[in-house]
Design a protein around this ligand. Structure first.
Ligand SMILES: Cc1cc2nc3c(=O)[nH]c(=O)nc-3n(C[C@H](O)[C@H](O)[C@H](O)COP(=O)(O)OP(=O)(O)OC[C@H]3O[C@@H](n4cnc5c(N)ncnc54)[C@H](O)[C@@H]3O)c2cc1C
Length: 561
């Protein structure tokens, strides 16, 4: 008869009650008791699954294992049931004296390490880390030979680095904005984390300049908040190139003695750490390109397109990060990286935290231009300016720009009395939608056509005659132009926050949308619930016949009905 009577437990309680019963005879007795008693299908299935599991375990009795007969994957599976170090050592010897396969020896050795380690552990201590290959030896693992996992162990991380992008030789504004923000963050960091440590040196803002003539901007970077400027100049780097810029940045980031850095890397007086603690890039085309590669090379993470940053301690209970289920762990000085998601209707805060057996540094973000103020430069500030020493590998310069053209100046939408903007609502007939917007703009005396980013990034097939109205230069919003006309007509635009910030200073906003709950309604003065393909022509007629005029709408009238 079974020691445990399943009839005394309801289904939810039964699982926990039998979870420690591993004896197949006892489990079968429990199964019989259930069948003879209430015979609940869910309870029977639960007990049967445990019987099956432990029967299999018994079948895989380690003493019967003959590795020579087994593939590496089978060995990996079978070893999961062997917890006896002596048996494992015997298996390892047999393999060495027989087939002598490296993969099998590695699996057995790892199992020995894992079992020996867990024997030393106190109950409830952290689980031993296992590679995906160990955890799932039955799968085909292209990661087994992965070479790019280059995280440090016990690395030393300091400072906040800022990649200060230049374009056509000029420092761009987002670089200035990031320096200002970095200064603010690191001042707070030093105050919060280092003020009580009398011998601790403040952590710094490090500006990185790369490109021909880049060092010209070093003084300005210091005036804007950098403590150190590291620059690399080469006349072949007149414009951004993915490979050399990424190689140079990573070489700068890795300190002397870095296990994955170049061997002849000299000690540098200005630093004594392995990698930056934090790093910021601009979320420009080039900055996005560079940031992804650099953070991958440094084997860390990247929160892209951020518009808010702060540093704080955080308490996390995710076992991937704590190493122990059900426990909480406090991480210090975490860079909190806020970014818009779901068309800007929601903000996510991204954290880049170490795992128990894996370090993730630098914590990195790319920053949307315009997210922070350009700081007031302080010409009295002093900083260290360092030229980075590295010879460019010819192989990095395989891409050569033989010719280039400068785009014409884009259109400036800021001075018009009326803007007629269209969004993805034109999707049913994109060319017609733009034509209708142009018609309405033409009907006013002083109006132009703008678009949401949904149009710029959408893959609409526009006819040639309207294509010019759909380009990025006409985009309104956070990453486009900011306008404040007397009248802003938003047709088929949902009202994402990134669009809103480019137009909500308009005197009067008139929205046309089929969705009565569209977000744009919340900040519109007039909301027409309807199909833009019907409403825009009627508005055009009303303007043409004088029933509607922009000034009157802005004054709260409309001119007509
Ligand atoms: C970092 C970042 C920066 C960004 N910068 C900008 C920016 O500068 N500017 C910008 O605009 N966006 C920007 N975005 C994108 C933004 O989040 C939205 O995705 C975008 O604004 C949505 O465009 P939309 O309103 O045209 O499309 P949708 O959100 O798809 O809305 C379409 C609207 O049309 C309505 N509709 C459908 N059919 C009709 C019809 N026949 N008649 C009338 N209404 C109809 C729908 O109800 C809906 O409300 C940015 C996003 C990120 C992440």
């Amino acid at each position: 008869m079974a020691k445990l009577d399943p009839g005394e437990y309801d289904i939810q309680e039964l699982g926990p009650a039998i979870k420690d019963v591993e004896d197949v005879v006892e489990l079968k007795a429990i199964l019989d008791a259930e069948r003879e008693g209430q015979n609940r299908p869910a309870a029977v299935a639960l007990i049967e699954s445990r019987v099956e599991k432990y029967e299999e375990d018994e079948e895989a009795d380690a003493d019967d294992l003959d590795l020579a007969e087994m593939s590496a994957a089978d060995v990996g599976n079978a070893l999961q049931n062997v917890d006896d170090v002596e048996v494992l050592e015997r298996l390892l010897e047999e393999e060495e004296g027989g087939e002598d396969r490296d993969s099998v020896k590695r699996l057995v050795q790892r199992r020995i390490d894992s079992v020996a380690g867990s024997e030393e552990d106190e109950e409830g201590e952290e689980a031993v880390a296992r590679t995906p290959e160990e955890k799932h030896p039955d799968l085909d693992h292209p990661t087994a030979d992965k070479k790019h996992v280059r995280a440090l162990e016990g690395g030393v991380y300091r400072d906040m680095w800022v990649y200060c992008e230049t374009q056509a030789g000029e420092l761009i504004d987002v670089s200035r904005e990031m320096l200002g923000k970095a200064r603010e963050l690191m001042d707070d960091y030093n105050e919060t984390y280092l003020a009580d440590e009398s011998d601790a040196e403040d952590e710094r803002v490090v500006a990185v300049l790369i490109g021909d003539g880049a060092s010209e901007h070093a003084e300005e970077c210091v005036a804007l908040g950098a403590d150190v400027v590291v620059h690399y100049e080469d006349e072949r780097l007149t414009r951004f190139q993915h490979k050399p810029y990424a190689e140079i940045f990573c070489d700068m980031a890795r300190g002397a003695g870095h296990p994955h850095g170049r061997e002849d890397r000299p000690e540098e007086e200005w630093r004594d750490y392995d990698e930056p603690r934090y790093v910021l890039f601009p979320a420009t085309n080039n900055g996005r390109d560079l940031s992804a590669q650099v953070q991958a090379e440094l084997d860390s993470g990247l929160a892209s397109d951020c518009s808010g940053l702060y540093i704080e301690n955080t308490v996390i209970s995710n076992p991937v990060k704590t190493g122990v289920a059900g426990e909480k762990k406090e991480f210090e000085a975490v860079l909190h990286m806020k970014r818009p998601d779901f068309s800007g209707f929601e903000y996510s805060t991204i954290l880049c935290l170490d795992n128990p057996n894996r370090e993730f540094h630098p914590q990195g973000a790319s920053v949307i231009p315009g997210s922070f103020e350009v700081p007031e430069p302080d010409p009295e500030r002093e900083g260290v300016i360092v030229a980075h020493d590295l010879s460019l590998d010819e192989g990095w310069l395989r891409v050569q720009v033989t010719d280039h053209d400068r785009l014409e100046e884009g259109i400036d939408l800021s001075g018009y009395e009326v803007i007629v903007a269209v969004g993805r609502g034109i999707g049913d007939d994109p060319t017609r939608g733009i034509e209708l917007a142009v018609d309405l703009a033409d009907a006013f005396e002083d109006a132009e056509v703008g678009v949401s980013r949904g149009i710029v990034t959408g893959s609409y097939d526009f006819d040639g005659h309207v294509e010019q109205y759909t380009r990025e230069e006409r985009q309104i919003g956070e990453t486009g132009q900011v306008v404040a006309p007397k009248l802003y007509v938003a047709a088929g635009i949902s009202g994402a926050v990134q669009h809103k910030v480019g137009m909500d200073e308009s005197e009067t906003i008139l929205a046309i949308n089929t969705d009565p709950n569209a977000r744009i309604r919340e900040f519109s003065d007039y909301f027409i619930e309807g199909d833009l393909f019907e409403v825009l022509p009627r508005l055009t007629r009303a303007v043409e016949t004088g029933e509607l005029d922009a000034a009157a709408v802005a004054d709260g009238g409309g001119g007509g009905d």
